[in-house]
Design a protein around this ligand. Structure first.
Ligand code: GLU
Length: 376
């Protein structure tokens, strides 16, 4: 086996229905096993992996294949298929990962969980806790209850949102094609694989129109949408063939596999831009010690908070002010204003006793904070 060096340390791997079924109408467990083996190999190299898996509806259809009552294409029937299929999909993954002693955990998400501020933090904290405990998050959209308004709709975009939430280095989208081609390779013999995309411009979007994949919801268009979203939040994206040997290890080692989309910003920049673009909904006045700590790049602990101004929710961006009323930083609050008032001036170890629960030991984590006038 090759001994290339790992370049991506946190990776979201999206496996589409066409890959999971290997082009048939049912889950292909051998294909799933091959993918799991590759995931285990990269985990052994200390790469953190999150798996976004499609196939719930495909697995549901498999269970109903002998049903006499025809299945309509209505939304409730698809929801039912997803409800039935999701547990079979998970069972299949669980049995496979059990062979490698890998603990997995199911996470079913909707758009609201990844965009609504409070839910976003909950999803992020849960995924991070799983990674911290060497548990492999196995993620899908919550198709059984997700209706149009709260659906992401396809797992390509879902995987990009997840990659953004956990600040992955790499989003690997495994599909039944080798990547993005200059033309549809099934129709045009001159079509060549595009190895690298530095800028996702109009010419690239035009190429996607030509290609449609069979089983999954997403053709190349949703993959490009995902690449666009993820690269804007600092994630490298690779679209590769899920049937290719060692696709996962090669991508994680930065070797040329499929089409690679380069990030347009780094994580920190993207996060800072987001925080600065948000209107602050409240503020905290902090004491001198906390003001110094924050300016030194430390998290803001409740013990340094003197006063909480206005009402805000967990997950909203608030201002951190010194005693003269000057904004020294803006950041995402882990607690609501009401909760912050109750823990203000208290030591972090007291949080649980005061509130009855603890989201985090700090009010604002340094990674979620932008200094307004950083030292030169
Ligand atoms: N969430 C859907 C499923 O598990 C698949 C969506 C997609 O393939 O993009 O069946």
């Amino acid at each position: 086996m090759k001994t290339s060096k790992v370049v991506a340390h946190r990776v979201v791997i999206k496996v589409g229905s066409s890959t999971l079924t290997a082009g048939t109408a049912r889950l292909n467990r051998r294909r799933m096993l091959e993918l799991a083996q590759q995931i285990v190999q990269v985990r052994e190299k200390h790469v953190e992996v999150l798996l976004v898996t499609s196939g719930a509806i495909a697995a549901g259809r498999e269970r109903f294949r002998n049903s006499h009552r025809p299945l309509t294409k209505s939304v409730p029937v698809k929801q039912m298929l997803a409800a039935v299929g999701q547990s079979h999909l998970m069972l299949a993954w669980e049995q496979i990962f059990d062979m490698f002693d890998v603990q997995i955990g199911q996470v079913l998400l909707t758009r609201a969980d990844l965009s609504d501020r409070r839910h976003y933090l909950n999803a992020r904290d849960a995924l991070n806790a799983m990674l911290a405990h060497q548990t492999l998050p196995v993620i899908n959209e919550n198709d059984a209850i997700a209706t149009e308004e709260i659906r992401v709709g396809d797992n390509d975009n879902l995987s990009a949102l997840v990659a953004n939430v956990v600040q992955a280095d790499l989003l690997l989208i495994l599909t039944d094609q080798d990547g993005l081609f200059t033309a549809d390779p099934r129709k045009d013999a001159t079509a060549t694989l595009i190895r690298e995309v530095a800028q996702l411009d109009e010419s690239i979007w035009t190429l996607a129109g030509a290609s449609r994949s069979g089983l999954g919801v997403g053709g190349m268009t949703t993959k490009l949408q995902a690449a666009d979203l993820a690269t804007r939040s600092g994630v490298t994206v690779v679209i590769a063939n899920g049937g290719r040997q060692n696709a996962i290890m090669d991508a994680v080692c930065g070797e040329s596999v499929g089409t690679c989309f380069l990030p347009v910003v780094n994580h920190i920049e993207s996060r800072k831009r987001w925080i600065l673009s948000e209107r602050t909904t409240g503020a905290v006045i902090v004491d001198e010690g906390a003001a110094h700590a924050v300016c030194d790049g430390k998290s803001l602990l409740p013990v340094g908070v003197r006063e909480v101004i206005a009402e805000f929710d967990r997950g909203e961006v608030i201002a951190v002010r010194d005693s003269s009323g000057r904004d020294i930083a803006h950041g995402i609050s882990r607690y609501s204003a009401a909760e912050a008032r109750r823990i203000a001036g208290r030591k972090s170890v007291e949080i649980e006793g005061v509130l009855g629960f603890e989201y985090a030991s700090m009010l604002i984590h340094t990674d979620d904070m932008v200094l307004m006038n950083p030292a030169p």
